[in-house]
Design a protein around this ligand. Sequence first.
Ligand code: NAD
Length: 347
Amino acid sequence: MKTYNLALIPGDGIGVDVTDAAMKVLGAVAKGRFAFETTSFPWSCEYYLKHGRMMPEDGIETLRGFDAIYLGAVGWPATVPDSVSLHGLLLPIRKAFNQYANIRPHRLLAGVEGPLKAEGFDILCIRENTEGEYSGAGGRVHEGKDNEVAVETSVFTRAGVERILRFGFEQARSRRGHLTSVTKSNAQKYSMVFWDEVTRELAAEYTDVTVSHMHIDAMVAKMVMAPQDLDVVVASNLFGDILTDLGAAIQGGLGFAASANINPDRSAPSMFEPVHGSAPDIAGKNIANPVAAIWSVAQMLDHLGEAEASAAVLSAIEAATANGIGIRPGLNTTDEITAAVIAALEA
Ligand code: NAD
């Protein structure tokens, strides 16, 4: 039987609760299929307050040897600025391990009512995860003075743009054969025009995939008005970040939105995490929806080559929601939803 070594970073707030739920489900699905060992790292805002950094200096090297990383959520804005917690942990991991494809599925689970009339949508958003608007290039001068200047430069490389689009084309090929590339190339005449050009170059290679070019402003309207027309959506770091919160909203809320940070060439571990944050407003109340976190476990299993176990987790989630469990905020506790998924797995 195969054994997987997993690094856990539960993080802050509900990140801890949903990681716990996700690991219980992983334990249930593993039975008779595979073994796993977890090593939990306390890297979080609490860790920052004690040590002055989000993770130790050798944190990245420590993670490198694992088969996968599972992360709950990180951030506690009351004590640590979000810019510090994000740039001190999540972003360095995504960049160091070349987890350039951030994959976020958006569809309505059985029994879940979204805010839209549309029901039959199934969108796979692929967000560029290592460069673009979040490359961290920039600076500030004359801080606090009248002549203060802040500059933040987006960085788009041919290698970076081409590999994320190629990944999107491959995904489209394995799904319904349609790719929507999202830019703002009417206004951003260098980086986004370049992105459009690379999309067209690749479209000539993937003649079995149909391609739409959408501007981000039209795209947000499309996701609300006609999400059923979308299949694979590829966007830059910033646009993908925003679009996938909208995706989460139309699928019933952040509690349902899973995400995988994938290193497609497998030269380093990939990282799996729900889209949501640490939700300080509901932390410690046992009311966080663990479905997104559990769905991320299904993504992790798929990446590890455990396709059957991955499908079993997804069916169990859907069996629970079809029974009305966890379909609205406040309806069930985190523990009840987790127990319902495990019961469906073991049924
Ligand atoms: P958030 O996702 O934590 O919460 C937004 C809203 O959604 C809150 O009202 C929250 O209660 C609700 N919510 C989120 N997840 C839920 C769940 N599983 N079940 C039920 N309700 C849920 O976003 P925020 O409030 O903007 O950020 C809080 C902190 O999390 C910040 O420090 C932020 O930087 C951080 N954050 C971290 C990540 C990450 O670790 N990947 C992602 C987003 C935000």
